[in-house]
Design a protein around this ligand. Structure first.
Ligand code: BV8
Length: 259
């Protein structure tokens, strides 16, 4: 892939990245767009076109119509299972080997970072491929889900319980362990990338601010302007895959020259 000039990290920031002991990467739905998974801001298609994700990804929507919400997630799960991590995901795996430590904190629920081979991945909003009982919150295995003719399947644990996706809905608290790990990683990083997020959903959108407080450079990779852009040291207005491949090949070249 050619190294498009406008997708390159500046020399000063490349030098900071080459010396970084700990790098934080925050990703949003735009990181998965090129793997064929629509972003939250994309208009929904087909039978879902009349709904906004914010209307369906809530406990209230599930309580009002469990069948509709469950079917929405089943349709998304199918897309996720068919998706493959693109070259940008693989570039992040290569980046992990080039820097001291790489923490990937994702708002995405598709598990693509783990499938690509990234080792330190923190899922702030859960994972769509996991299900749990909506009352006891205990995990429900895929075989139970697939053997049940009902949508949503009943819970195996609680008589009135139903299976629900193991994701964080709007109005729900984020998993404590993931949040604590993410804040800790942001508070000790020497470099931060924010990739493919509209920087609107809280509290995830505030994570890069911990890195800025620490004096770490912030690079935003997003074809569009976001509320975070003004605070970034560099905004690279490109697609995640092409920009990440370019940045990692820059870093590899810099490391070779400095040997
Ligand atoms: C909570 C899982 C409290 C479900 C999701 C202030 C503080 C705290 C909370 C709030 C607050 N203000 C408002 C809130 C409430 C709310 C919120 O943030 N609302 C927003 C709409 C204003 N937050 C919450 O409800 C959170 N919970 O705060 O609880 C609490 C505390 C204690 C006890 C009880 C309660 C929970 C939020 C989590 C919601 N769940 N996902 C599911 O997936 O179904 S969030 C959902 O949005 C996805 O995870 C998605 O990732 C995420 C954020 O969106 P983005 O990732 O940014 O995606 P988006 O589509 O917006 O943008 C895509 C971007 O990519 C664009 O910028 C585009 O330009 C770019 N792009 C496109 N293509 C590419 C690209 N970039 C690069 N390359 C490309 N190829």
């Amino acid at each position: 892939m050619t190294e498009a000039r406008e997708f390159r990290l500046s020399d000063a920031l490349l030098d900071r990245l080459a010396r970084a002991r700990s790098v934080l990467v925050l990703t949003g739905a735009g990181m998965s767009a090129e793997s064929g998974i629509p972003t939250f801001r994309d208009a929904q298609t087909g039978i879902w076109s009349k709904f906004r994700p914010e209307e369906l990804a809530t406990p209230e929507a599930f309580a009002a119509d469990p069948d509709r919400v469950w079917r929405w997630y089943e349709a998304r799960r199918k897309t996720v299972r068919e998706a493959q991590p693109h070259a940008g995901y693989l570039a992040l795996v290569e980046l992990e080997a080039l820097v001291g430590e790489l923490n990937v904190v994702t708002q995405n629920v598709d598990g693509l970072h783990q499938r690509a081979g990234s080792h330190r991945v923190w899922e702030l909003h859960g994972n769509i491929l996991r299900s749990k009982c909506h009352l006891s919150l205990r995990p429900i295995g895929r075989e139970w889900i697939e053997e049940s003719p009902q949508t949503p399947p009943p819970s195996p644990y609680v008589p009135e319980g139903l299976a629900r996706p193991d994701v964080v809905w709007f109005g729900e608290a984020l998993p404590t362990a993931a949040v604590e790990a993410a804040v800790e990683a942001a508070s000790r990083c020497d470099f931060c990338f924010s990739i493919g997020t509209s920087s609107l959903v809280q509290p995830a959108a505030s994570l890069p601010l911990y890195a800025l407080e620490r004096g770490a450079p912030l690079v935003e990779i997003n074809p569009e302007h976001t509320p975070l852009s003004a605070q970034a040291d560099q905004c690279i207005r490109g697609m995640a895959s092409e920009v990440l491949v370019t940045v990692v090949s820059q870093l590899q070249a810099a490391k070779r020259e400095n040997r």
